[in-house]
Write a protein that binds this ligand. Structure first.
Ligand SMILES: *Cc1c(COP(=O)(O)O)cnc(C)c1O
Length: 464
């Protein structure tokens, strides 16, 4: 009853053709519209009955090529500026394919794939200048990494017993900026602390957490008998790319005895570029850092990382024992600690391979150049916006995000029209209560011509 191909030779030919479909898509990422609406016929094709009998593999590949591949979000395209999305690479895609071929389970045990993830951990430790005792784990996204960091901080604060008895009467509170990503709030919800336990501190004129307001909130909470335990800074806010004063926040956390976590979804990887790295100074003092490989490092979705200074505290939050998971010193069940000891999952895919391939193939210097170039393009875009009388720059770019508005047209409507045009794809946000056009420059394929095309398209579509 094997599911392996009946005819390996013809399967191999179809497999190579499937690979060509993938590589064609990546090679042609620059051509065609950024996004195109999916025809009803295509959408309806996904509502097929459950197949009892299968079809030939090459037919399924043909369906994929016709109905799936052309109708993606467009984040591989250099004129995609929406949200914060990486552009992916052929190298990362091939690594993902190779990983699937191994069918490796990274929960633990003794095999080379686990050593690859450990290599990624050591590289991330070096990149952020964390000590040898620091631990790390590849996860799905920064939302997950933030959530796990919160659990580690909570367990560290309340002691290991909290894993059995819950939070009991503890009245823990945490702090982050009003501009923090909403997954921080969701982490509080999911952890059982409740989002009321998260204080969203107002921001200053540069969209950074206001330190005076933070210290006041901590003092008020202590006065009211609550227990402050975590401070979450942001390196690169999702709206405008603002960077909290991480060094100063580390001081506050040290003085107040708080766990200092940094949500650096994209901004943390400023450290890749010697030119941009000084902007996130202080990040190396964090107790934990969450960031995405699938944004600024261009690793295909999904891949992110949680780095924890105190590896023992990290493990204490998740490690547990079970008869069928007994560790050995020899044989397949050796190699403790296992990655399952550092997160909630047991079975885990080989996400680390595409990270390892990306870093090994391009090197840190080249990846850092992508970071620096996208920041340079953001500066050029801001300059161009300033020169156009009908446009207003809403915030000086601190990293790679530019927010502006059209003085006459409705910017939110304009963004939808731009997306539907297929020419460019920014997203929208609200700044100071008014709709804004938001351009995040993340993609390694984006050039100055693409940035100019964005402004040209805004001006053209805003004409009545
Ligand atoms: C994108 C982002 C997140 C969420 O990361 P995911 O990988 O989408 O889970 C969190 N914080 C910030 C600042 C982000 O930009």
């Amino acid at each position: 009853m094997s599911l392996d191909p009946d005819d390996p030779t013809s399967f191999r030919a179809h497999a190579h053709a499937a690979l060509d479909v993938m590589l064609d898509g990546i090679e042609q990422a620059t051509a065609g519209p950024v996004w195109r609406p999916m025809p009803d016929r295509v959408r309806a094709s996904f509502d097929a009955p459950l197949p009892l009998a299968g079809r030939p593999f090459d037919e399924v590949v043909a369906d994929y090529a016709a109905c799936v591949a052309p109708f993606t979000l467009g984040n591989r395209h250099p004129r995609f500026f929406g949200w914060v999305h990486g552009g992916g690479t052929a190298v990362g895609a091939l690594a993902e394919m190779l990983a699937a071929g191994l069918d490796a389970n990274l929960g633990g045990r003794d095999h080379a794939p686990v050593e690859i993830e450990r290599q990624v951990v050591r590289w991330m430790r070096a990149l952020f200048r964390f000590p040898d005792e620091a631990s790390g784990i590849v996860v799905t996204g920064t939302s997950m990494a933030n959530f796990m960091a919160l659990l580690v901080a909570k367990t560290k604060h309340l002691g290991n017993g909290t894993r059995r008895v819950g939070i009991g009467q503890a009245r823990l509170v945490g702090y982050t900026s009003a501009a923090a990503h909403n997954c921080v709030e969701r982490a509080f919800e999911l952890s059982g602390l409740g989002s009321n336990a998260l204080r969203r501190i107002p921001t200053d004129a540069a969209h950074r957490l206001d330190r005076a307001a933070l210290e006041l909130a901590i003092a008020n909470d202590r006065e009211a008998g609550l227990t402050p335990f975590i401070l979450i800074g942001t390196a690169g806010t999702v709206d405008v790319g603002a960077i909290d004063e991480l060094d100063a926040l580390a001081d506050v956390a040290a003085r107040e005895g708080l766990w200092f976590h940094v949500d650096g979804a994209f901004g943390a990887l400023s450290v890749l570029s010697p030119e941009i790295a000084p902007r996130v100074r202080g990040i190396e003092r964090a107790d934990s850092i969450a960031f995405d490989f699938h944004k600024w490092m261009q690793v295909p979705y999904d891949a992110a990382f949680l780095l924890v200074r105190d590896g023992d505290a990290h493990r204490a939050a998740f490690a547990s024992e079970a008869q069928y998971l007994t560790r050995a010193t020899r044989g397949l069940a050796a190699g403790a600690p296992w990655f399952t000891d550092f997160g909630p999952e047991l079975s885990r895919g080989f996400r680390a391979l595409k990270v390892w391939f990306t870093i090994a193939t391009f090197g840190i210097e080249r990846l850092g150049e992508v970071v620096a170039e996208t920041c340079r393009l953001a500066t050029l875009l801001a300059d161009r916006v300033r020169q156009e009388p009908s446009l207003e720059l809403l915030c000086e770019p601190q990293l790679n995000i530019v927010c502006f508005r059209h003085r006459e047209a409705d910017s939110a409507e304009l963004v939808i029209a731009l997306q539907e045009s297929g020419l460019v794809a920014p997203s929208s946000t609200r700044l100071g209560g008014a709709p804004a056009i938001r351009a995040a420059i993340v993609n390694h394929r984006t050039t100055q011509r693409d940035v100019d095309a964005l402004v040209d398209a805004v001006l053209a579509l805003a004409k009545p």
